[in-house]
Design a protein around this ligand. Structure first.
Ligand code: ADP
Ligand code: ZN
Length: 286
């Protein structure tokens, strides 16, 4: 029995086929262009298999409200061709099989919850710090969504006293995503995040912002594990800086797990999203 998974990112699509044990049999990565062209490659890949169901973890914002007439659509993205695009409809029309549909970060949270670093936990959240900032949550086995899906990146954080950067979110200016996502780092420092030296003083401010966000998520959701992924978190030294700011900001107000096991990188490394999509596909097939 085969399942299909799509991790649909704004830059690239990862598609994979797995067996019922979620071992990946084949995977491809294709650049995200306009929908017709991108899906042509997706279909060429999946056409080779007889799939039971397909799971999609998509970039957003997306409509996940099952009662909405535009359920399954990518909604207000600036990405050419994808605005108000009926993604689930296109897949269903082609294959006529069940399609699971959620955000890329919800899928990644689910992948970590079932097969990764949060397997012993009742809840976890997964955040990505990349081109944008987003978060997904799993609570007692279910991904958190309903009317819509969480938008954990567009929250307010207190500005660092030595940071005068005005932020680049087109909606909110200096929300977390506007000051701390990859493009904000690039704009502020005039070089790509990957080129910023490990000992650059900026990283401490980045950690301060991320830690504030994690304190907020902790207060609101009390997850058992917080997993941090995405391109910016490839700066592994950030983890210790974040934990240390988090500790100061929380100020012992709540009991939380040991910080080294509370704020962690994804155990599935780059496979959290695709594994989560495959798992959600399998659940939809039953
Ligand atoms: P996406 O968000 O498109 O899925 P990524 O998670 O790889 O992709 O995020 C891309 C962003 O992360 C870019 O802004 C890039 O500059 C930044 N980035 C990628 N690698 C690193 C790195 N090693 N250190 C810091 N920033 C990085
Ligand atoms: Zn914003």
């Amino acid at each position: 029995m085969y399942f299909g998974g799509i991790e649909a990112g704004g830059t690239k699509f990862v598609c994979a086929v797995s067996d019922e044990k979620f071992e990946i049999i084949e995977r491809i990565s294709i650049p995200t262009t306009v929908p017709d062209e991108t899906l042509k490659h997706v279909f060429e890949f999946f056409d080779q298999y007889k799939l039971k169901a397909i799971g999609i973890g998509s970039f957003g914002p997306i409509d996940v409200n099952i009662d909405s007439p535009t359920y399954g659509y990518v909604t207000s993205t600036p990405k050419k061709g994808w605005n108000n695009y009926n993604f689930v409809g296109a897949i269903k029309e082609k294959y006529g099989i069940p399609v699971a549909w959620t955000t890329d970060v919800n899928a990644a949270a689910y992948g970590e919850y079932r097969l990764g670093g949060a397997q012993q936990a009742k809840s976890c959240i997964y955040l990505t710090f990349g081109t944008g900032i987003g978060g997904g949550a799993v609570l007692n086995g279910a991904v958190m969504e309903g009317f819509g899906h969480p938008e954990m990146g567009h929250i307010s954080v207190r500005k660092h006293p030595e940071d005068s950067f005005e932020g680049i979110c087109p909606y909110h200016g200096d929300c977390l995503e506007g000051i701390a996502a990859g493009p904000a780092i690039e704009k502020r420092l005039n070089k790509k995040g990957i080129e910023v030296a490990k000992d650059d003083p900026y990283w401490d401010k980045e950690a301060y912002y991320i830690a504030q966000a994690l304190v907020n998520y902790t207060m609101i959701l009390r997850p058992e594990v917080i997993i941090l992924g995405g391109g910016v978190m490839k700066q592994e030294h950030l983890f210790q800086l974040i934990r240390s700011h988090f500790n100061v900001l929380l100020n012992n107000y709540l009991t939380i797990p040991d910080l080294d096991s509370y704020i962690v990188p994804p155990a599935l490394v780059d496979n959290a999203g695709i594994k989560g999509s495959l798992l959600l596909a399998a659940e939809k097939a039953i």
